[in-house]
Every structure is written in structure tokens, then in C-alpha cells.
Ligand binder design. Sequence first.
Ligand code: BES
Ligand code: ZN
Length: 647
Amino acid sequence: MIVLMISLMQYALTYELDVNTFSNYLDVQNRHLHLEWLLNMDKKYINATSTYKFQVIGRSINKITLDIYKLNIYSTYLYNGLSLQHTIDNPYADSDQGQRLNIQLDKTYYKGQYIELSIKYSIDSRSRSISFMTKEQTSTKTMPYLFSQCEDANCRALAPLQDTPSVKQTYTATVIFKDTEAADVFMSADESKEEFQVLYRPQDQAGFTWKYKYFIQKVPIPSYLIAIVAGNIKKVPTSTGGRTFLVSEPDKIQAYTDELREMEKFMQAIEQYIGPYTWGTYTLVIQPPSFPIGGMENPLLTFANPTIMTGTGSGLDVTIHEMAHSWFGNTITCVNWANMWINEGFTVFLERKASLFHYNIPDDIKLNAIIGNTSMYQDMLGFGLDSNFSSLHPDTTGLNPDDSFSKIPYEKGYQFLTYLESIVGEVDFQQMLRAYLVQYKYQSIDQQEFQNFLLRYLYEQGVDDYSTKRYKILENWNKWVYSPGLPPVILDFSTVKLTEAYDYTQSYITADGKQPTKWQDYINFLHSQKQVFLEDLFKQAQNNLLKLNVIEQIDKDLKLTEEKDFELKFRWFRAILTAGDKTRLTQISDFLGSVGRGKMVYPVYRALNLLDHDFAVQTFKTHEAFYHPIAKNNIKNILGLKEISIQ
Ligand code: BES
Ligand code: ZN
């Protein structure tokens, strides 16, 4: 009876809507996309034709609306060449969400019918998703470079699309490029053995020839997972096993391959917890330093920032995290950006399970949860502890969903799953996650559906104490998801390693500019422990307890200003700037000009801006051309160089 009721409920309920798409995706959904792109890398534009196979879902339709962002739309036409009328309008004009493309169909189409149409358009350097770089901005300086970054709502700057994680489609692509402008091109898809029909074949000219590459993604994916990279890049295998590869500019490739020799083992560690990797191969692209984030889980083609390559393996948690998205995010996807924890929280959970298996250092997992919790709390303070952006369900109506981006879906999501696991039991929870992946493979869901599944699964499995568990799961569920601020249940991640790190800070503070006896302890600290120490220094600085003579002594002992590991270096710079140290500004400016990863540059700009606004602005102006448009925009906000969007 209960089972029947629950399954009836499931069908009666519909998923949450996506408020950040202008498309009429509830009435019609794209099933397949084909892109034909002609890259003009030097001139920074792409000539494009996109072709769609839409299926009518609603009763009937006579128009299709799509999301676009600063695309030049030339024409829209049906598969048989019949031209269609289109208009562009601008709902939420001040929200930076882009424009709406309205395509008037030739007649009314009914439920179940397919509509095949094409759009001719171009992408130029105003694009928010494609970063066009000059050859001077690359490492080998021989060819221009381009890469895309679509999550969350930026693929509308790549093609007219139903830019919502709730619609999944397969895709194919033909990419045409000059052999002088790119050594190779890769997309978040397999290379196709079959050549597709090409609509436009440009003439070769003196000095270069046009090259053609064909791609196919057979798995239905949300449009934010479409990705491309082109430039002086090369692909090589990493580790044995035949399924992990690395793409980067050739000058660094050997060093990167060496550091990535465990890549296959990472994959096995994840599989050990969650089951087989079903996507085939896995390639990691190490992007130029201006890549604005740590990593992006484009299927078959993860993008990552070069700061993850520290020479010691300390940055490779990003690789494990992006691999883990192959299950959570890429196989099961959140239905809208309010449910981002369905992607990120689950991925952090799986990442930490795999790290534990691979490295077998339980204290490290706890410290990472503590570090994550600290940055989550800082993000909450930034939004306000009572803002719904501080909840696991931010309302992004009328806003660019990027505005709500924070550590909250990651860490509160992780903590929620850890809490649920403590109720359900480790083994049942693991089995439940495997069953969840089977049930919702290639679908997009919301958190309510996860709750329905969890309870149904436990009931059907006949687990011990079902009613008590059900009660406990439901008791705080809505508080976990909808209440802003700290979670309703505070989990204990304490470990002696944390106390050790704090004691180490104190030893420097009390030595007051002298060398503490245990100064060498740092050398044997876990990487996470070093981060905790540096965060503690920052806290001391905020409380005016970090004196300049102590900074001098620490730097003399630990050489942090010369540190090559940027995960540590940015924390050091943030701490000393907050303490009022103005003696290392040159090194800090150099640092800010050599890395474009938001996580590392934003906190340093924030601290620098508080200490010396003029110098912060001057530093930004010096390096402005180096940054990705997303990073540039955020730094301008931090420095007060443009109006901050109202939330
Ligand atoms: N999917 C995210 C990146 C992302 C999220 C891009 C939201 C745009 C909007 C990716 O998997 C990620 O979480 N990257 C992290 C690293 C990770 C180890 C936490 C990053 O870039 O910092
Ligand atoms: Zn992620």
C-alpha cells in the first residue's frame, strides 16, 4: 500500500522549474545537436551553424524559444531550407542572463512530433563562454589558443540552446581550423570515425590549410557540458590502463605526465566505491594559467587549472573531484541551479570516499571537511547568514545563477550526505547510491526526488529500523535544504592534527619574532594541515595578533613567499596583507599576474584592496589583459570598479 502511494506520488509530482532559462523547454526539448564551427582564432570569432532535433513534449507548439548571449544570429531555417522568422528580445534586461531567441515555426506541431531546424550565427570576442587568447598569452607562444567554460549558464554564449541542466541531448560536431592556428582541437566528446557532411568548406590559401575534426557524444548531456579547446596542444596517455590521457601545450607535458602517473588509480578508487566508469576514456586538459576555476568536469575532457600541478601531487584532489562528477553531475544532473548540491555535494562526498581509499589518511579527510566548512562559513557571512543564498536551495529568479555560486552546495551538501549516511549506515548508503545511479541514469532531478528515492529504497530493501530511520531522515530534511546559515546538525570533524596546526601557529605568536623550537614540524605536516595553519594565521591577522616580526620569522623558516604551491601561497599572502605587511607587494603583484584561478586571486585582491586600494587597482590594471572575462568581472566587483549587481 505504502509503496503504491509513494510511486503514485512520484508520478503526480513534477520536478522544480528552471527559472534561469528563457527557453520553452517544458513544451519542446532538443534531442540532438550538431555544431559546425569554423574557427578564426587569430581574429577571435567562430562562424557557426547549429542544427537541432526538437521533440514536442507539450500538447502543441508554434514557436521555439532559445537562450543566447551576445551571439550574432543570421538566419533560422527548417531541414528542407524553408526559412523561419526570428526575433530577439531581452527579458530581465539588467540581469546579465542574455537574450531570448524566438523562432516562429511554419505551422503548429503536436506532441511527439520532431522539428529539425538550423541556425546560422557567429561567436565573437564578447563571448562569455569562449576565451580567445593570443599566442603571447600561451606558454609556447606559437599559436593562439581558445577554450570554453559553460557552467553554469554560459553555454548560451556558445550556441543558441535550451540552456538548462534539465534538458539532455546527444551532440556531434565538425570543427574546421587552420593548421597554423591550432595543432589540435578537442571537445567533450569522442572523435568520430565517420566524417559528417560539411555545409561550408573554405578555400585553402597561401600559408595555411584548413583541417577538419569530427566529434560525437553519444550520451545525452546537459548543454553546460559542451566544451572545446584548441591551440598548440597535444594528447598523451598517462599511467597504464589505456583510459587516462593528458592534453596540454607540449613544453610542460612531460612534467605533468609524471605527476599524473596515478590517474588510473584514482579512477579505480572511485570505482571501488561507486561502480564502473561508463564513459570510456578520461582526458585531463591542463589549461593556461588564466583558466578561471580549479577544474571543470566536461565529459571525456576535464579542464583544469595548472595550479593543480604543484610537483608534489598535492593539488590532485581536483582531478579526483572532476572524475567523480562522471557519476554525480554528468550521469545524474541537477534539474536547475537551485539544486546544485545534487551535483557538487554528491561529488565532494564521492571524492572524499575515493581519497580515503586511495591515500588512507582519515585525518586528511576530516581536515579537508574543516577547511571546506571554513570557506563555506565565509561565503555565508558574505551573503548574510539569513540570506537564502546561504541555504542549499538558493533562489536565482531574475539573476545570473553565477551570482549564487559558493562553497555551500559543496560543503553543506557534503555534510548533509554524511549526516544521512550516519542515519542509514555506511553499507546501505553506498548500495543506495549505486541504485540511485541506475534509477536516474542520464536524467536530471531535484532534491525532493532524491528524498523520495532514498525512502523508497530503504523501504524496499527492508532495512532494520526502517521507521526510525525514516523519521530521522525527515526530521531535519527541510532545515538542511531550505534554512539559511549553518546546518541544523553540526558534525564533528575534529582531529588531533587540527590542534597540532593551531598549536604551531601559537608557537610562532608566542616566540614573538624568534624561532620556535618546533619550527620544523611544518615539514612533516599533511598538506591540509599546512592549509589550516595558514588559515589560522589569517584569523590571527584579522584579530591584529599577527605581528610583522613574526611574519619575518615564519618566512625565514618556511620560505612561503617563494612557495611554488599556490594553494599555500595564496593563503600566506592573504594572511600577511591582512596583518598590514607592505614589504612583499612586488611578489604579490607578480603572483596576481601569474594565476587567474578565482579561488586564489579573489581572496588576495580582497586583502590587498583593504590594505592599499590604489595599489590593488594598479595591480589589476597591469594584469587585466591576462584574466579570463569571468575573473576580470569578479575582480572589478571586489575593487569597486563597477556596480555590484544587486541581490
Ligand atoms: N563543476 C565545478 C565548476 C563550476 C561550478 C563551474 C559552478 C561553474 C559553476 C567543478 O567541478 C568544481 O567544483 N571545481 C572546483 C574544484 C573542486 C575540487 C572543488 C574549483 O574549480 O574550484
Ligand atoms: Zn565540482
